[in-house]
Design a binder for this molecule. Sequence first.
Ligand code: NAD
Ligand code: MG
Length: 386
Amino acid sequence: MVSTKKRIAILGSTGSIGTQALEVIAAHAHAFEVEVLTAQHNAKLLIEQAIRYQPNAVVIGNEQLYGEVKEALSGQDIKVYAGENALASVVQMDTIDLVLTALVGYAGLKPTIKAIEAGKNIALANKETLVVAGELVTQLAREKGVNIYPIDSEHSAIFQCMVGEFHNKIEKIILTASGGPFLGRKKNEIQSVRKEQALKHPNWSMGAKITIDSASLMNKGLEVIEAKWLFGLKPGQVEVVVHPQSIIHSLVQFEDGSIKAQLGLPDMRLPIQFALTYPDRYPSAFPRFDFAQYPTLTFGKPDTETFRNLALAYEALHRGGNMPCILNAANEVAVAEFLKDRVGFLEMSDIVEQCLAKIHYIKSPSYEDYVNTDKETRLKAIELVK
Ligand code: NAD
Ligand code: MG
């Protein structure tokens, strides 16, 4: 009998989004089947997940861990692959219906492109892919008739507001930002903060990179760029408002002035589930919002003088071409170095700004141009750290 279940590949199944995606799938086992699981270093959890969910194949990114995974899964009917190239080819398997990109950073670009080339729909958490090469990726998706369903909570909110409205023009969208752990602080108060403080997000529990990005407002900058490409907007149509309670996940304003918003408790399982079940909504046992617990919802303007990353992201988006790719690569290096206590919190923005100024501009980059820009920027950023 042919299975009618949606067959899913999860890239980055051991991370924050990946593990929550598996929770959603487990709660709706009648509807979904896990076809592929991948991880970079966490072989132990990947093995556990593989034994539980019985995918057709797994990929361990770190090739040194291949032996360990292969051995542990030797009694199972599960193919085991290793390395970056395996990741890029496994997404093309015939038996996959949808690829959920829950891996972090630039590493998502190549497998996402390969998946789209093979006609796979994408449930996209990996925002960096659209930041680096949004034009190329969305153009390719259009050519291949592939849908990209957003998982990022703000973009899922916009998407949910758009249901039934896809024929209507958007005047603007308003992305909400929690403001992170340093909301309201000034430069002199945050210049010496360490990773331990920056890793404490008030409303969300996430992977380390996005948590630092949230503290520095780079996450919102990346999301502005992500929104531009997902919803086909001009930079001036994407606004950011600070909303510390993270209850309104984002808003859309239509041409008649009407604003729609999507609300709920901060819980990534909901946007993950909607990306998997669209256009349907499935029941869930996630905790429900209670107005009594939130008598006030507040809003404010982002402080882009203290948190310069948001302004830098807008600048990169306005200039276009390979600028967002430079922004992303410089930021990935800066965050990695901050996590190793090798650069200060505010220095992360200096590194991004200098890379935007120094790496040469390409107006209409090809895939190879993006690859080279990423490499060149990382070298420059490392040099700046030293
Ligand atoms: P995470 O660090 O918790 O997990 C990352 C996953 O990617 C892990 O499974 C890891 O093994 C894998 N990975 C890491 N480096 C890799 C590489 N070089 N090649 C292949 N795989 C690699 O990260 P996360 O918080 O789950 O975030 C994943 C993506 O989702 C990011 O792009 C992030 O911006 C986005 N996102 C996350 C959240 C959230 O709540 N965590 C919300 C919105 C968007
Ligand atoms: Mg988000």
